[in-house]
Write a protein that binds this ligand. Structure first.
Ligand code: FAD
Length: 416
């Protein structure tokens, strides 16, 4: 069923009884050409692009819970392509371009809202770094505008410009950045993949791999063994645990990241804002809630819930940036699991085990990467060669001394 204004009218006039389920609930087959482990944004996007771009439809996505139960439905919905390094920027700009055509591609309203993102700077050194980043973005075909203090004040008069410790001097603005409704992305890709014949299998946890003579031939699951010519893991925060079943250790730590939503307020925040001196970022949803977050919780964990010190720390960041936030009441808080890599950049690669592929290490920022991640992972699985914009996202880059260390923070996941 295609969605359109006419369809809404037709269904509205006939009591909304004709809507079809958005995807099927198939039983797993004994064997597939490709099995994708993890039904988050990246797994579903990979399945969609395998079918849509490479004509590969004998594919299953195995999800241990329900589709979208992971981080794709828990993030703060920010999309942007304001990266510096050549190993990252072209990839995230491809993602931005895919976001821009996504709703037409999927025939699904994902509420792509390009309201802009401003990264604030608070010192001369930060201004120079912002100018450099903006130039790198423009060279890679992205958009960037360096705003001075007055230009930021015009857009966001409510900020504390004269904060004693971190006065606001300006910001790097990416007008095409913004937000996208997170779970609509999962549902849209799921529907797109299902329509092309991909089996989406929920409540099907992968508990092991069938590896014989160094070749991966399938997966063990809560619903029995499923054979596959190629297995593509895509489990974000559970990467370490799942790849451990194959005997592989990753340069990744899992941490909890919390998100916060206030009661609904009248429109106040024009786009996305990030504090350049503390770790705090904020936007406002279409329903009016202030959506904000900050640092990861300070210990490794696979729990999807956070603790109070991180909450206090994030709220302190908010108060330093925009004291008016102290008047808003927080409505909801939740935690998700982020797969923090040692240089803050992701992996889309083969593994040393034939037929087993890995996608992970998305840190705080894998939501914005969803379209390009699926696109490039599908390219690698289908053709055997990395997509040019993801060519540096390799698992062996630390051994080769070629990390993609965007922030220059080294192997400190808490700083990325
Ligand atoms: C609070 C928070 C805020 C964030 N904000 C942003 C943001 O504003 N912008 C941004 O770009 N990024 C953001 N992120 C990061 C982003 O959400 C993630 O990087 C991204 O969603 C990860 O990819 P995914 O969608 O495929 O992950 P998930 O949705 O987590 O998908 C992985 C799936 O694998 C499944 N799985 C795990 N183990 C198994 C198994 N053994 N068998 C089968 N299935 C399994 C899980 O159930 C899950 O559904 C945020 C993350 C959090 C937690």
């Amino acid at each position: 069923m295609r969605y359109s204004a006419l369809q809404i009218l037709r269904q509205g006039l006939t009591g909304n009884r004709g809507w079809k389920p958005v995807w099927r609930e198939p039983e797993p087959k004994p064997h597939y050409d490709i099995v994708i482990v993890g039904g988050g944004g990246h797994g579903l996007a990979t399945a969609y692009y395998l079918a849509a771009r490479h004509g590969l439809t004998n594919v299953a996505v195995l999800e241990k819970g329900w589709l979208g139960s992971g981080n794709v439905g828990r993030n703060t919905t920010i999309v942007r392509s304001n990266y510096l390094l050549p190993g990252n920027e072209p990839f995230y700009e491809l993602s931005m371009k895919l976001w821009e055509g996504l709703e037409q591609d999927l025939n699904y309203n994902a509420m792509v809202s390009q309201r802009g993102i401003i990264n604030l700077y608070h010192s001369d050194g930060q201004r120079d770094a912002a100018a450099r980043r903006g130039n790198a973005m423009i060279l890679a075909g992205a958009d960037a505008v360096l705003l001075d203090r007055e230009a930021v004040r015009k857009k966001c008069p409510f900020l504390d410009f004269d904060n004693e410790r971190f006065p606001i001097m300006g910001g790097l603005w990416q007008p095409r950045g913004g937000t996208v409704r997170h779970d609509a992305v999962a549902w849209g890709y799921a529907r797109g993949a299902d329509r092309q014949g991909v089996d989406l299998i929920q409540n099907c946890e992968v508990t092991g791999f069938d590896i014989r003579s160094g070749v991966c031939r399938g997966v063990e699951t809560a619903r029995g063994t499923i054979g596959a010519d190629r297995v593509a893991v895509c489990v974000a925060g559970s990467s370490g645990r799942v790849m451990g079943y194959a005997g592989l250790r990753l340069p990744i730590e899992s941490h909890v990241l919390q998100a916060f939503v206030s009661e609904g307020l009248k429109p106040a925040i024009p786009g996305v804002l990030t504090f350049g001196a503390g770790h705090f970022y904020i936007s406002q949803s279409d329903k009016g809630g202030l959506v904000f977050g900050g640092d990861i919780d300070g210990y490794n964990s696979y729990a999807q819930r956070g603790n109070l010190p991180a909450l206090e720390h994030v709220c302190e960041g908010g108060m330093a940036l925009m004291p008016m936030i102290g008047r808003a009441r927080v409505l909801r808080i939740w935690g998700g699991l982020v797969d923090m890599s040692m240089d803050g950049s992701p992996f889309i690669d083969r593994t040393p085990i034939d037929g087993l592929f890995f996608n992970g290490g998305w840190n705080y920022g894998g939501f914005k990467a969803t379209p390009a991640s699926g696109y490039c992972y599908a390219h690698l699985i289908a053709t055997g060669a990395p997509h040019p914009v993801a060519a540096e996202m390799r698992l062996d880059r630390f051994e080769r001394g070629a990390p993609i260390d965007e922030r220059g923070a080294g192997a400190q996941p808490n700083l990325h």
